[in-house]
Design a protein around this ligand. Structure first.
Ligand code: NAX
Ligand code: ADP
Length: 294
């Protein structure tokens, strides 16, 4: 079954990110990333760093951890805010071009408040990852909001579950997901009516309007905490630029997945991994690859 799935071949689309001499940051898009609860601020920072290095015009972090909601001298470009319970008002004030929610989000009332506000925020592309997926799995109201949003604004949400998150969404086990990844992918698309990236060895992507594709790149050096956060930030940045550079969310998801895995393979070829390969190194290599492909 896996053998019959078409391979992902998206890197040619990177050329759309080419910038005209006159471009300004508004054309590269404003990305808002939400998460980073106490103990997991790193997840949001990894996603934010990836968005920054993949070319987002602005990267704003709505950070849940009060101790981490400050400027980072090593990455002062990130705009870090302390998330409050005024999620709807904050979104209206920020006017993001794209929202990504989930890395280090946790399951607090604050997390639920932000997820609810994001799912109700109209029109713009959303990337939904990590704990936000667990919250959708646990809360029928969130699943209903997601499905309604996809009906009103088709192809504007991508979900990026790993097999554990996919299992929770489908009421199954990670082993069952792995035993039939193409079937699980189809069920996730049907359940959520979203673009779905089912991560893991040979990541699969599909959407309500796109047949499944299989990523032939990637390696087990990527099995390290934070690697998925980098993918989330990367897809967010590519899709945000894509709004003015003719790349839709499906295409941005395809580019992000292939670029992420290709960068990790390139680093392993240089003996920077598989052991000890870090998500931050993959972010920098993705930047190299993008600039070569323009
Ligand atoms: N630096 C940080 O602060 C980091 C924080 N993180 C955050 O930590 C929270 C928990 O996320 P986790 O993903 O660690 O935990 P989860 O509880 O969501 O998932 C972990 C479980 O999923 C299953 N699973 C995952 N990948 C699998 C695969 N390829 N094959 C089979 N089973 C698989 C396994 O059962 C595994 O125990 C999230 O909010 C996440 O964003 C992580 O992103 C890692 C980095
Ligand atoms: N053995 C593997 N082969 C290829 N890719 C892998 C492998 N293990 C992990 N990955 C990739 O690494 C990333 C891990 O994401 P995830 O599990 O969400 O990490 P985290 O939540 O800790 O950031 C995914 O993009 C996944 O496809």
């Amino acid at each position: 079954m896996i053998d019959s799935i078409a391979p992902l071949d998206a890197l040619g689309l990177v050329a759309h990110l080419h910038r005209l001499p006159s471009e300004h940051k508004g054309m590269a898009g404003k990305v808002l990333l939400i998460g980073g609860a106490p103990g997991m601020a790193g997840a949001l920072l990894l996603a934010g760093n990836a968005a920054l290095h993949l070319g987002a015009g602005w990267t704003i972090l709505e950070m849940f951890d009060p101790a981490s909601a400050h400027a980072y001298s090593e990455q002062a470009e990130l705009m870090v805010r302390l998330a409050s319970f005024e999620a709807t008002n904050q979104l209206a004030a920020s006017k993001p071009d794209l929202i990504a929610i989930g890395p280090g989000l946790g399951f607090s009332d604050l997390a639920k408040e932000w997820l609810s506000a994001v799912l109700r925020y109209p029109q713009i592309p959303l990337v939904i990852d990590a704990d936000a997926l667990h919250l959708i799995a646990d809360t029928p109201e969130f699943l209903t909001l997601l499905r309604q949003r996809n009906e009103s604004f088709p192809n504007q949400v991508v979900l990026t579950p790993h097999p554990g998150e996919a299992a929770h969404l489908l009421g199954n086990t990670a082993q069952a997901i792995q035993a039939d990844r193409p079937g699980s992918l189809a069920k996730l698309v049907q359940l959520t009516r979203s673009i779905v990236v089912l991560k893991g060895q040979h990541t699969l992507l599909a959407s309500p309007t796109n047949q499944a594709l299989l990523c032939q790149q990637g390696n087990p050096g990527m099995a390290i905490g934070g690697m998925g956060d980098v993918l989330t930030g990367s897809i967010a940045a590519i899709a945000a630029q894509g709004l003015r550079h003719h790349i839709n969310l499906w295409q941005a998801s395809c580019i992000g997945v292939q670029l992420h895995a290709t960068a990790a393979d390139k680093l392993v070829k240089q003996n920077i991994g598989p052991i000890g390969l870090t998500p931050s190194e993959v972010t920098l290599e993705m930047r190299n690859q993008v600039n070569k492909l323009l």
